[in-house]
Design a binder for this molecule. Structure first.
Ligand code: ADP
Ligand code: MG
Length: 287
């Protein structure tokens, strides 16, 4: 096939990353440019995963302790934003949930000791340094890291029209040529997004069942208990980090006013603020 440098073609690639499948769709002038962009995008995700994954023993996030530690710009930025969402949600969103997610992964019951370690205000950030004020705390970026990584991957592709889909976290940069936005599905709603992101937080995939009750991987930090109601919440925001964190914050708190404080909105879920109309959402030049 002859490639016309002025005409952009659509390319797609999928790779396993961050415990899920990540898809990149982009428009490029030729296959070589697309391939190079895919490589940059996936490499960025892999690099962030090495910093953020609490499944990797030697990740940067697992090195946090009560001793102040200078961390990467990326870890500092994600923790600082996580703190904003914790504050706005009165602790419904809390990345210090680590001790409780560890119990959940092993299907173990809640202990008062583990619950006492979940406290976003005991995670300190100061001039590039991070530390815990309670020994034994653990950070779990599961509700925000995929959105952050998708944002970074979209930029790393260095192309104008890119879509990153990391399971429920979708970041749209630009739009397919000639279209107003990328068409994406989130919790049964069709959206058209340009320079915006949508994330869905829910229990459709990750839960364990005992005595007929579904214990979700999403935990209410205030009670320490797994959510047992089934509900999917989708939030649209100007970037993936914001959408990801806010979808979880709304899922746990039920408070659909939280996203508004971040210029974001709930687009799916029983209390979707759009009243069921297929929303069009375009945020100005997000980065
Ligand atoms: P998904 O992982 O399906 O995209 P979420 O974005 O809601 O869904 O993230 C859920 C993950 O976040 C859990 O698997 C756990 O690692 C972590 N988590 C669970 N409860 C909370 C919470 N209340 N606040 C922050 N993170 C949480
Ligand atoms: Mg989330």
């Amino acid at each position: 096939m002859a490639w016309n440098a002025n005409k952009l073609s659509r390319f797609e690639a999928v790779e396993p990353h961050m415990g899920t499948l990540v898809g990149i769709t982009l428009y490029a002038a030729n296959p070589a440019m697309a391939k190079a962009a895919f490589e940059r995008g996936f490499a960025r995700i892999a690099a962030l995963n090495r910093l953020f994954s609490d499944y990797l023993e030697d990740s940067e996030v697992n090195a946090l302790s009560t001793t102040p530690r200078k961390v990467s710009r990326e870890l500092y930025e994600i923790l600082r934003f996580a703190r904003e969402v914790s504050r706005a949600s009165n602790g419904a969103f809390d990345v210090t949930i680590g001790p409780l997610t560890r119990l959940w992964r092993q299907k173990l019951p809640l202990t008062p000791e583990a619950k006492a370690l979940v406290d976003w205000q005991a995670l300190r950030l100061e001039r590039g340094r991070v530390w815990f004020t309670k020994p034994g705390m653990k950070v779990d970026l599961g509700a925000i890291g995929k959105g952050f990584a998708a944002d970074a991957a979209a930029r790393a592709c260095e192309l104008d029209n890119v879509l990153i889909a990391a399971s429920g976290d979708i970041v749209c940069r630009g739009a397919p040529p000639g279209e107003s936005g990328w068409r994406v599905q989130a919790a049964g709603v069709t959206l058209r997004l340009r320079n915006a992101a949508v994330s869905t937080s829910g229990d459709a995939r990750q839960y364990f069942e005992r005595n007929g009750v579904r214990y979700s991987h999403i935990i209410d930090p205030r009670s320490g208990l797994s959510m047992t109601t089934q509900l999917e919440v989708s939030a649209v925001a100007r970037n993936g980090m914001t959408a990801d964190a806010l979808a979880t914050a709304v899922r746990v708190s039920g408070d659909t006013s939280i996203p508004k404080r971040f210029g974001a909105q709930v687009v799916a879920g029983p209390t979707a603020s759009t009243g069921g109309h297929p929303p069009e959402f375009a945020a100005p030049g997000s980065d």
